[in-house]
Ligand binder design. Sequence first.
Ligand SMILES: [Zn+2]
Length: 202
Amino acid sequence: MSSDGVSAREGEHPAPRSAIRSAVLVLNQNYQPLNICDVRRAISLLGRGKAETLDVDGLYIRSAYLTMRAPTVIRLVYLVKRPLHQRRLSRREVFVRDGYRCQYCGVETKHLTLDHVIPRSRGGLQTWTNVVSACTECNHRKAGRTPAEAHMRLLREPHPPRPNPYAFFHVGQVMDAWRPFLPWLEVEVNGHGALTPVAAGG
Ligand SMILES: [Zn+2]
């Protein structure tokens, strides 16, 4: 038993022992999803006044101090500043950032290439601000030149994508009870019936 003093004892609706391990969505003070913890940890945060309950399920959890319904969503009462994990630069992430759109002619296509705005032969770096999605025609036309030299204009300045606030969901499952608190999360059902978050748009 942990120092939380939490245990599922006999009661009107005793929760199965496993309930204490159920997943709880933790929102930051600003309602941004922060992470996932278990009921035991959530009750500890609630008991110490560090969080408030936003949603509960039907199971009762009894501790030494109180009987409560098991939380499914809690919100911290203070703002956690967390490190913003920058997304790794990859072909796919660049295409996603650019909406699968050639950044020169604007055509939307799955047949994209990575274009270095300042060509690598001219010292251009493989960075978020120097790589864009380009269709094969535009890439071929631009060749080893800068956009100015090739008389081609970028639709917009390339920039790093915003960090994905839902990245921590990739290994977890999204409970139905969490959905109202995750308005921007798109989910798709994979072959195993599990919910797999789609990366939030940058
Ligand atoms: Zn193009």
